[in-house]
Every structure is written in C-alpha cells, then in structure tokens.
Design a protein around this ligand. Sequence first.
Ligand code: ADP
Ligand code: MG
Length: 380
Amino acid sequence: MAASAGASSWSGSSGGSNSSQGRSIATAQPAQEERLVVAVRVRPSMEAAERCIEVVSGGSLLYDDGGKSRPRQYSYDHVFRENDTQEQVYKTTTAPLVRDVLNGLNAAVFAYGATGSGKTHTMLGPVPRKKPQTAPDRPPATASCEATDVSSLDIGLMVRAIEDIFSHIESAEADTCRVSISYLEIYNELIRDLLNPGGPLELREDHRGQRITVAGLSEITTASRKEVVSLLMKGNKARTMEPTAANQTSSRSHALLSITVQARTPLGTKQGRLFLTDLAGSERAKKTKNRGKRLQEGAHINRSLLALGNCINALSGGARYVNYRDSKLTRLLKEALSGRCKTVMIAHVAPESKHRDETKNTLVYADRANSITTKLQNSV
Ligand code: ADP
Ligand code: MG
C-alpha cells in the first residue's frame, strides 16, 4: 500500500490516453447525444401501509398523490423493484461503467434521495449497528465482506465495483495495472478526507477552471482488493453521522469515493476513474424537525443539492451556461455532469404513502435529469 497526499486530481482529466472516447454513453445513444442514465430504485416497504408507488415495468412506475388526481406514470432508463437484488442493480448500472474505466474512461454513479430511501444500502450495503442475526437462507460472508459482517448478497455497489475491477485485472495482466482510491466527504460545505481524517481540505482548479484538485487529499495505492475494501470500511466509519428525526443513523454528509485504474499498455499508460457518490438526504429541513446545528446542516446540504438541481435543470433545459460553482458538490461533480464522463444517477424512493411528498420530489428531480443531453453544453 502506498499513500500519497498532494493535490489529488479529482477530475482525472490528466489521464486517459484514449479519453476522447469518454463521450459515448453506456446506453445505445448516438455519439453526439449523450444522456445521463437515470435509474429509480424503490426500497422495500418497512410496514404494511398504504403505498404511493407501483412499479409497472423495468422502465416505468405509477405515482399516486393520494387521490387528488389520477396516478401519474413516470419513465426512466431503469426502474428497480423492491425485491430486485444488489447484484441486479450493480449489473445494470455500474458493471458497464467498470469495463469503460478499465479501458481508460471516466465514469460516475451517484445515489440521490431522501433520508431513509436506501442510498447507503445501494452504495455500501446495510451498515451493521449490532451483531447481525444469521439468516438461514443466506450464504456465508465472503472474505471481502467479513469486515462489515454483511451477507455477500447485500454488499453494495462500491465493494462490488472494487471486486469487479480486481477480478478483471487478475484475469488479465495484474502487474501492469495500478489501483488507487480516495474517499472524501462534504459536510457543511467543508471537504474532509475519509481515509486520513483531519482538518478541512481546499478545492483548487487550474486557470481554465477545468481541472479540479483537492489539496492534501490522500490517494492510496493498493495491490489487494481486501485492502481496498477495508480502507473503504474504515473511511465509512469516519463519515459524519448524526441522528435526525427522519433516520437514526442518517449521514448528513455527501460521500465521494474515487477509484483510479492505471494500466500500462504497449501504446502508453491509460487511466480511468470511477466516482461513486452517496449523497446526503434530499429532504427539506422541516421534515427532519431540526433546530440549530441540524438546521444549519440542512441548509448546507440543501445548498449543495439545490446547486446540483440547478445544474440538472439547466442541462435538461438546454441552457447555454451551466453554473457549477455554487457548491463544492457541483464543482466536484462537474466532470460527471458535463458530459466528459459517463454518469448514472440512481434516485431512491420509499413506497409508503407517508413519504409521498419526498417521493414525488425525487421522481420529478430524476425526471428532469432523465432529459439531460450534454452535447452542446458550455459551463462556468
Ligand atoms: P439512506 O442512506 O437513503 O438514508 P439507508 O440506505 O440507510 O437510507 O436505508 C434505510 C433503511 O432501509 C436501512 O435500514 C436499510 O438497510 C433499508 N433498506 C434500504 N434499501 C433497501 C433494500 N433495497 N433492501 C433491503 N433493505 C433496504
Ligand atoms: Mg445514508
């Protein structure tokens, strides 16, 4: 393992001998018509309660606003049902991106949704609070899951992506590849290194505003998948967890994992990067009944998500200029949103009627994102 902490390039724009290919998207879109791929995942219902969502197919769902109007149908690239597995979600959304990253392209997945809608479950898997019970119909934990005591069926996209990258590398020529990770959180508009927790880190950009770097962020190189997984788990423990009325273990921070793969080829070095982001809850401050510090957190989280929403609105509306500068989150995700990177957004919703308003907000947000084309965008 080798750790370095310089000005870690977040955008990854320095690498990629074939980075020009990074403009095509995982779905069959014409080369000039790239879209953000949008999936919606409905988490299992926690109780026998009235529902506001019915999935009608792998690409559409019906939303019921409580009888005020007729149920409305929303369509996306993918809709995951409550009993769809972590593996199905991984194979559909992230596995194609891993192949691209191994070919020297950049790609990003971000999990969006209100607190309690299942974002962390998708990205990481269940976070054990106490000694988990052994379910008789589940296989034993694999080596890489031991650190989390989580069944191999439940492990999330971050670990699956790491496993997948190492499997590909091991089946090819391992010694020609280098894998490194960095993991940061944005909490109250401050960036913290989750692999080497300390004071806030500064964002820097080059004079053209194109290449974003996080000064002092550790970038850890490792040759073993087990080590990467344990770094990830350690980093996750360092995340800022605060109880809110909406979810006891809700994380109030945005967590951004970056996995870089460098491969030596006869033609030179190619570098690909995968960004995996677990966003903080998108609910409005009043839902969490917050006061003081919590309310301030809500304001910062909403500022970042508002800025992200504004970018998505601008991109989907074909605006000439898109302002990424309003928050740290959008500055870091600029690469992912502006078309130099293949990007998948997984929007998460709860099916119970009591979450109807948040569910609707997420569906509308995802609907806007669904119409983003990135071909002609300029940005500031
Ligand atoms: P968020 O990160 O959006 O706040 P969590 O991922 O913590 O939400 O999910 C809230 C709860 O719902 C957790 O107990 C989690 O294990 C459970 N959960 C969410 N999605 C699923 C799913 N697809 N299958 C099983 N349990 C889930
Ligand atoms: Mg979470």
